[in-house]
Design a protein around this ligand. Structure first.
Ligand code: ATP
Ligand code: MG
Length: 207
């Protein structure tokens, strides 16, 4: 089993959105069974999953104490991929979750404020000695700033060659427990998520 942790000290960057979307695409692409894990006390991922009609991906309710032990049990049960959602700001909790990561995906919005804030997350991941990849989320169409953000982020580490644009379906699809590809698999949002998963899964295989 591989464990992908989606983390960022900064709030509202798309962590929960990406856990749900990558989980569904991973399952559809045959990388499953996938288990999604919500380590955020806000429970947004759990609320989304509870709205879902589809059974896959699985949702695993896991206490953060003995997270490694719980992951081992999922591995023994045949789960191939665990994707973990983390809270913003709660440094100790983020640190605890990073310990179990094979790869850390850090979503970042392409704003100067978000880019300045990314350093604290990078520091945590480096302290944990884990491999990380950035992904720019919520880019505005035709805005130059996404390219500039990629250059700025590349000073810290690898940037995914796929940018997710600001699109209402990323938000609206999740209201009733779905994802963009479950609303319209041919949408541009769905294409972006599939491309991101291809890249992330290749990075995971290297770990
Ligand atoms: N690419 C996107 N296009 C449009 N809306 C988006 C996009 N990504 C995220 N959102 C919306 O932005 C808001 C924040 O996203 P999300 O909850 O995934 O972030 P988060 O990092 O998990 O936040 P928190 O730090 O509070 O846990 C949500 O309303 C979500 O629907
Ligand atoms: Mg969240």
């Amino acid at each position: 089993m591989r464990t992908l942790v989606i983390a960022s000290q900064k709030g509202g960057v798309g962590k929960t959105t990406l856990v749900g979307h990558l989980g569904v695409v991973a399952e559809q692409s045959g990388a499953g069974p996938v288990a999604l894990i919500d380590c955020d006390p806000q429970g947004s991922l759990a609320s989304w999953w509870n709205e879902r009609a589809a059974e896959a991906p699985l949702f695993a309710s896991v206490a953060i104490a003995n997270l490694a032990g719980h992951l081992q049990a999922l591995d023994e049960a045949g789960i191939k991929l665990a994707i973990i959602d983390t809270p913003p700001a709660v440094t100790d909790m983020i640190r605890a979750v990073l310990k179990v990561a094979d790869l850390v995906l850090i979503p970042t919005r392409p704003s100067p404020h978000d880019l300045r804030a990314v350093g604290t997350t990078v520091e945590l991941v480096e302290q944990a000695g884990k491999k990380m990849v950035f992904v720019i989320n919520g880019a505005a169409a035709r805005a130059k700033i996404a390219g500039e953000a990629a250059v700025a982020l590349s000073q810290h580490g690898t940037v995914a060659p796929v940018t997710l644009y600001q699109r209402t379906d990323f938000a609206s699809s999740m209201i009733d427990g779905r994802t963009v590809q479950e609303i319209d698999p041919k949408s541009r949002s769905a294409e972006e998520v599939v491309a991101l998963w291809k890249y992330v899964s290749a990075q995971l295989r290297k770990t």
